[in-house]
Design a protein around this ligand. Sequence first.
Ligand code: F6R
Length: 609
Amino acid sequence: MCGIVAYVGEKSVDSVLLVGLIRLEYRGYDSAGVAVIDGGEIEIRKQLGKIRDLEEELRLHPVSGNIGIGHTRWATHGEPSKINAHPHVDSHKKIAVVHNGIIENYHLLRHELQKLGHKFVSETDSEIIPHLIEEELKTASGMVEALKNTIPKLEGKFSFTVIYENEPDRIFFARNGSPLVYGKGKNESFLASDVSAVIPAAKEEFRLDNGQWGWVTKNELHVFDENGKEVDHSLEEIKMNAMELDKGGFEHYMLKEIYEQPDVIRRIISNRIDGSTILFPEMALPLDYQGRVTRIIITSAGTSWHAGIIGKLYFEKYVKIATEVDISSEFRYRNPIAEGDSMVIAISQSGETADTLAGIHEAKSKFCRVLSFVNNVNSTIARESDAFISLMGGVEIGVASTKAYTAQLLNLLLYSMYLSSIKWLSTPEERSELITEIRALPEKIETVLKGADQIKEWAKELKDAKDFIFLGRHFNHPTALEGALKLKEISYVHASGYAGGEFKHGPIALISSEVPTVCIAPQTEIYPKMVSNIEEVKARKGRIVSIYTEGDTKVPEMSEFSFAIPKTIDVLTPILTIIPLQLFSYYMAVERGCEPDQPRNLAKSVTVE
Ligand code: F6R
C-alpha cells in the first residue's frame, strides 16, 4: 500500500510524477505529495485527498525541475492529513523521502533521534528515515555511505526513495519487502512501486530484490547488496502495454474489467487447452512431485480466498485430494501441520499481499512446496514461490477484484483437471466433456453482460436498503460471500453471505421486508435446497432477489427481482453467477454516489499485515 515514484531526466518532473501517481493511485489515495529539487532547493507540495487535489495544488503553487519524488498514501501510522502526507524531510529540509511499508522499530528510533535534538512534525513512521540519514551524514563521506549505514537500522518492510539537495543529480533508493522497480527511458530514469507508473516512457526495467539499495542518475543505475557490494543488473524489456491502463471508454476501471471477462476466459482457454490436454508451461514443479501430492492447503485473502474455497471443491471432486483453505492472516498463526507430500497453494491477484506472503514463509519453514496462482507474474509472491501459475487476467486496476476472480476460478479448475490427468484419475474423454463446456463460457458471459440494464434497474430500486443477505450453496456458497464482499466494499452497504443450509441456524432472524435476500439458485445438484431457502425467506415476507438458470420458472416466480444465467454444468456456475453480482455492486455504488474504483479506506495491494 502506498505508491512511490521518482524521476530524474530532462522532462518537467512535476507532470511526470503526477502521471506516475495517477497510475499508482490504486495503492492508496488518502493524501499525496511530491518533492522536487527546484533551483537547487527542495520544494515540497502535499495535499490531503486524491491526486487531482495535488494537481490543483501544483497548479496554484507550481514547481519546476528535472528531479523529484512522489507518493500516494494509504495511512498506516497517523491519520490521513497534509502533515502526515509524504514526502517527509530532515531538520534542514535538505533530504526528502517517500516511503512504502512499515518501519516497525520507529518508536525506538524516534526516541533516540529526539534525544539528539531532532524534531518531528508528523505521526508517521516514515519521517524517521530522513532524520536518520541526516544523522548518518554527519560522519559519512556522502549520501551513499549514509544510506548504507541507515538501512540496517530499519526494521520492517520498506521501499523508499530519497533526494538530497547537495547531490542534485541522483536519486537514492532502498528496497526490503515492498516492491520497487527501476525503469529506463531515453536520458531518463524512474523508480516506482509498479512498472505501470513509468510506461510508456520507460522501455526497460530492473526489478530490485530485497536487501538491494543504490542510486540512479538520468543515465546510470548502481545497485548494491546488503554488504555494500555492487551487483550486476541486466535490464529487461518492459512488456506491459500502456493501452491496458486506459479505461477504454468505460466510466470506471471496474466496469471495464467486468466487461473484459469474456476475453480473459478466451485467453486462458487458448493458452491452457490443447485438445483434451491441459497446459501450464510456466509452472516449474516436477511432475513426479505433483503426482505424489496427498494434501493441498490453499492460503489467500479476500476475493482470492473465495476463489480458494471453490478451488478446494474442484480439487476434492477431480483429484480426490484432501484440501484445506485458510485465510492467509489466520494460516500463519494456526501452526499448520504439514505432513507427507503437502502442497501449499497461494492465490493472489497482486502477488504482493503481505498476509499471503507471510503464509508462504510459514509453509516454506515447514518444508512444503508452494505453488502460487498470481495475476502479476513479476510479483514478490511469484518470485518467492517454488512455482507459479499465471492467471492471465491482464492488469486489474479497479480496487474491487472482478476479472482476476473469474480467472482464478478457471485456472484452479484447469489445474485440478491437470492434476487428475497426471494422477490418472480422469480420461481424455472426461476432460473433453468438461472442456466443451468451458469453451462455451465466453459467449455465455457475454449473454449475462447483455442483461446489465436489468441489474442497473435493481440498483435504482434497492439503493436505499441498508442491509443485504446473500445465500448460496456448494459451488455458489463462495459466490454469496463474494457478492456480499463486493457490495460492502464499493457501495458501503452492509451485506453478509451465508451458506444456504446455515441460514436457519441464526441468520434467518434477520429477515424482514427491509432486508433484501440475494439467492444464488442456478439449477445444480443442490437446486431444490436453494428453493427451500427461498421459500423460507418468502414465508417471512422477505424481499427476494435471485440468480437462476434460464428456463427455470419456479425461482423467478417467487422473486421480486430475478436474473437468468445461461445453462452450464455445476462446476462452472460460479463463473457465471458472480457476474450479475459484480454488476449489481457496481451500479449500487454509482447510484449511491460512491467512487467504485477507489472505495474509501481500501487499497488494491494490501502490503501490510
Ligand atoms: C476485494 C479485493 C480484496 C483482495 C484481497 C487479496 O475485491 O480485491 O479482497 O482480493 O486483498 O488481494 P490479492 O488477491 O491481491 O492477494
